[in-house]
Design a binder for this molecule. Structure first.
Ligand SMILES: *[C@@H]1O[C@H](CO)[C@@H](O)[C@H](O)[C@H]1NC(C)=O
Ligand SMILES: *[C@@H]1O[C@H](CO)[C@@H](O)[C@H](O)[C@H]1NC(C)=O
Ligand SMILES: *[C@@H]1O[C@H](CO)[C@@H](O)[C@H](O)[C@H]1NC(C)=O
Ligand SMILES: *[C@@H]1O[C@H](CO)[C@@H](O)[C@H](O)[C@H]1NC(C)=O
Ligand SMILES: *[C@@H]1O[C@H](CO)[C@@H](O)[C@H](O)[C@H]1NC(C)=O
Ligand SMILES: *[C@@H]1O[C@H](CO)[C@@H](O)[C@H](O)[C@H]1NC(C)=O
Ligand SMILES: *[C@@H]1O[C@H](CO)[C@@H](O)[C@H](O)[C@H]1NC(C)=O
Ligand SMILES: *[C@@H]1O[C@H](CO)[C@@H](O)[C@H](O)[C@H]1NC(C)=O
Ligand SMILES: *[C@@H]1O[C@H](CO)[C@@H](O)[C@H](O)[C@H]1NC(C)=O
Ligand SMILES: *[C@@H]1O[C@H](CO)[C@@H](O)[C@H](O)[C@H]1NC(C)=O
Ligand SMILES: *[C@@H]1O[C@H](CO)[C@@H](O)[C@H](O)[C@H]1NC(C)=O
Ligand SMILES: *[C@@H]1O[C@H](CO)[C@@H](O)[C@H](O)[C@H]1NC(C)=O
Length: 712
């Protein structure tokens, strides 16, 4: 069974049974280094870990510390637990190590065990455990889980597995095979014990817990009769992000090695300290481990209530507590760890510092942040730099050229607060400011009319849940502020009547052209039409950086020698087209067409308050003042004949009797002239002289309107 998660992780769970009830959480790193409050509380861990989960993680952390974390780097904020696994290194032929970047962890809570899923109890306060054996260097096929004839056991070593993610897919192994081949990352996986003795929250030998007979399914041994959720933690390592070595040494002389000195993977392990909001966990275990939810937090109200797709931003990696290099290139494994190849178990000496090793680095005193109250204004309320700044709501904001606010923007994670953004926009002449994605500030004087606020979407969960980057720093002393989310923006309006809203919509921040309010459409608006290589209207066009709808209307009306055109249309903010016929191949777009008519949403280059089409989309208008000129059927005895070609080339003029030009040319004047010169044909042709008459055709370039009278 294959699950798709976020954009990059493809997940495979081994041995999925019919009871596929589970949930899973995406997690980012919260702390790295030799921190392991389960095995080595208060001091250095033997080897380095990457930890995900509650931000109050440190060498001394307990349930209470974690539970009080301001945030979690796992997506569900009610889960302040800590989960950790070893760091992975790549050792170059010259002996240096490079940390294989952590590519995210996924924590699974599985409802497993002999059909007793409804008997699962949530992890209690203070509960912690470790799964795996850091010293293992080979597959132990003899140590089995508990089982009986109905529910046979299996090798305990199967708790560890590796998935090498390639396009083709490679079978999972209980050891690290060839990480270099894992072009889509290598995933190390650890299943935890699901059976509890019901008494001890932790025992150093982990005998307070035991595995299900099949580890990820089966029954609990009689000694450990309490069924817990089955924890399954996946850690992804970005093996392709290790720089290749440059010195020409054979690749055989390099290796992947875990921080416990393990080049095999058999010694992979994981630790867990419960830090959950116990009510939420109990609710989720009761209601979300039974039905098949495909692992989705969104199907579990208890979890979804505190779900954030921005955990990595909301809860960034905390400063290292043990001041010792572990990232990128290092010359030795942290903690004096030596590499041991097995098959025998690694000795304790290979994982301890000797008298000749350098002194241990200092441990920074744990100074946990306490959660701040979250400041989240209600729509209409004042918030920010002045009383006049009013919160308008949480709006959707699709990344692309048509943003909710799109005149200027800046990205600055460490500085971003609501006030910072309001000031930044005000300084540039914009009333509206919006914070998004923890780190972005957008400004405008108009809201994209297609933007919908969270309230209008009837969402049960507000999507603007990300903390502002600038409020997460230790020196920020106000309440924690919210800065939108992924594709959601908190919008504020500066309602100060004296504010000089002079933002010039100049795209100075590198944005593509913006949207404008729908109210700008006039009654003669025909709609948004497709416009590609075959133009919708194509008599003439022009482009201007100060384009407005009026500018285009005036241009088209005065073109064609002042006769104008029936239609004018605007496209891509700065283009104006004029024409008399709508190309039948052009399509009128609607809200449900593909593309939708909202493609016409670009703000006019010359006015932020108006829409001037979109990409390959024309805002089309009917020129109501336009009067189509008529060919006069007759003047006196002269009747209209035809439109005659008059090339004015070497063959000579079509009519060679004489000519005159007048700026105020009319058919009558021409015929009067012809009568005066006794010609039976009168031809009126293009020339400046004809152009100030709106109601009669006076030929065109190279063509004349021919009139004839049989008698004079
Ligand atoms: C474990 O593996 C060894 C070596 O392959 C083999 O000799 C032994 O029979 C196996 N034991 C079990 C219980 O499968
Ligand atoms: C095996 O263990 C399960 C769970 O304890 C128990 O229900 C079952 O009766 C046992 N089967 C045998 C054959 O002992
Ligand atoms: C070892 O090799 C790596 C990769 O080529 C290189 O980056 C590093 O500087 C080398 N280390 C030493 C100590 O030369
Ligand atoms: C851990 O706790 C012990 C005992 O309370 C204390 O002495 C020590 O300073 C703490 N260590 C850190 C790094 O906070
Ligand atoms: C907001 O959502 C609506 C409905 O899905 C969509 O039509 C519109 O384009 C979105 N607007 C923005 C600015 O993202
Ligand atoms: C972010 O804002 C801070 C404070 O205004 C400033 O010092 C810093 O240079 C800015 N960073 C970037 C990348 O613009
Ligand atoms: C939101 O709910 C109200 C009241 O139930 C309803 O009238 C409105 O149409 C809903 N809006 C959307 C966008 O679903
Ligand atoms: C913002 O406030 C100004 C001044 O009160 C008001 O004219 C404008 O309509 C408001 N804009 C929005 C989008 O509410
Ligand atoms: C508003 O700001 C613009 C641009 O800075 C300036 O040209 C204009 O004079 C200002 N208007 C007022 C009333 O201050
Ligand atoms: C647009 O800009 C052009 C050239 O910069 C200028 O000649 C013209 O007057 C402007 N038109 C309007 C309507 O502002
Ligand atoms: C899209 O069509 C709807 C319904 O006809 C209309 O209300 C809206 O103004 C149109 N939008 C654009 C940009 O043409
Ligand atoms: C544009 O207006 C003219 C004159 O009112 C009318 O005859 C014509 O049908 C209109 N065109 C469209 C596409 O509505």
């Amino acid at each position: 069974m294959l699950f798709r998660l976020s954009s990059t992780l493809a997940l495979t769970l081994p041995f999925l049974t019919t009871a596929d009830a589970f949930w899973r959480l995406n997690c980012a790193v919260i702390q790295t280094g030799r921190v392991d409050p389960v095995v080595n509380p208060g001091t250095y861990a033997e080897h380095a870990h990457s930890i995900v989960g509650g931000s109050n993680i440190g060498v001394n952390s307990t349930f209470n510390d974690l539970n009080a974390s301001p945030c979690s780097s796992c997506e569900v904020q009610a889960d302040k637990s800590a989960y950790w696994t070893p760091l992975l290194y790549y050792q170059y032929p010259n002996g240096s190590f490079f940390e294989v970047p952590h590519a995210g962890s996924v924590v699974y809570y599985l409802g497993r065990g002999g059909g007793v899923v409804d008997g699962i109890v949530p992890f209690p306060a203070g509960f912690q455990m470790l799964s795996g054996n850091k010293a293992a260097r080979s597959y132990d096929n003899e140590t089995m889980t508990w089982g009986n004839s109905t529910y046979p056991g299996r090798p305990v070593a199967d708790r560890v597995s590796f998935a090498c993610l390639t396009a083709a897919g490679v079978p999972q192994t209980p050891y690290m095979s060839t990480p270099t081949l894992c072009v889509n990352n290598m995933r190390a996986q650890i299943a935890f014990q699901s059976c509890w003795n019901g008494v001890d929250l932790y025992k150093k030998d982990n005998s307070h817990v035991d595995y299900l007979s099949q580890i990820d399914d089966g029954v609990c041994p009689p000694t450990h009769p309490i069924y817990l959720p089955t924890l399954f933690v996946e850690t992804s390592y970005a093996v392709t992000q290790v720089p290749p070595h440059a010195d020409g040494s054979p690749i055989e002389d390099s290796r992947y090695v875990f921080s416990q000195g393990d080049p095999t993977g058999y010694g992979f392990h994981g630790d867990f300290i419960n830090g959950w909001d116990l009510d939420v966990l109990a609710n989720a275990v009761e209601n979300c481990l039974i039905p098949d939810n495909f692992g989705q937090v969104s199907y579990c109200p208890a979890l979804y209530a505190s779900d954030t797709n921005g955990a990595a931003y909301n809860c960034p990696e905390q400063p290292m507590q043990i001041e010792e290099p572990v990232h990128e290139l290092i010359d030795r494994l942290p903690g004096c760890i030596q590499i041991t190849y097995g098959p025998e178990a690694a000795s304790a000496e290979s994982m301890a510092c000797g008298p000749n090793d350098p002194p241990q680095p200092p441990i920074a005193t744990t100074t946990f942040m306490t959660p701040r109250s979250t400041a989240s204004p209600t729509p209409g309320a004042s918030f920010g730099i002045s009383q006049q700044q009013r919160y308008l709501g949480c709006f959707n904001d699709t990344f692309g050229i048509f943003r909710t606010l799109n005149s200027a923007s800046v990205t600055n994670y460490t500085a971003m607060t609501v006030s910072w953004c309001q000031q930044w926009c005000a300084d540039r002449g914009y009333r509206l400011s919006g914070v998004e994605y923890a780190q972005e500030c957008h400004c405008d004087n108009y809201i994209n009319p297609t933007a919908i606020s969270a309230q209008n979407q009837n969402l049960t969960v507000n999507q603007c849940t990300w903390d502002c980057g600038g409020t997460l720093t230790a020196d920020f002393d106000g309440p924690q502020e919210l800065c939108g989310g992924l594709s959601y923006i908190n919008v504020y309006n500066n309602t100060d009547p004296d504010f000089n809203a002079s933002g010039n919509d100049d795209n100075s921040a590198g944005n593509a052209q913006p949207y404008a309010p729908a109210a700008a459409f006039g009654s003669n608006y025909l709609g948004c039409y497709t416009d590609s290589d075959t133009r919708t209207i194509d008599a003439i066009d022009f482009q201007a950086n100060n384009m407005t709808i009026e500018h285009c209307a005036t241009f088209c009306a005065s073109a064609n020698g002042g006769i104008g055109y029936q239609y004018y249309g605007l496209e891509f903010a700065s283009q104006c087209f004029c024409g008399n016929t709508i190309n039948p191949a052009a399509t009128l777009l609607s809200p449900t067409s593909n593309p939708p008519n909202s493609t016409c949403q670009m703000r006019c280059a010359g006015s932020g308050a108006e829409i001037c089409g979109g990409p390959n989309a024309l805002s089309l208008y009917n020129a109501t003042a336009y009067v189509a000129p008529q060919v006069k059927p007759s003047v006196g005895k002269f009747t209209s004949q035809t439109c005659l070609s008059d090339p004015n080339g070497s063959a000579g003029r079509a009519l060679q009797g004489g000519y005159m030009t007048r700026k105020d040319m009319t058919v009558e004047l021409c015929i009067k002239y012809c009568l005066g010169t006794f010609y039976k044909y009168a031809g009126i042709e293009y020339g400046v002289e004809c152009y100030w008459n709106y109601h009669e055709y006076c030929g065109g370039p190279g063509f004349m309107n021919l009139y004839y009278s049989p008698t004079l």
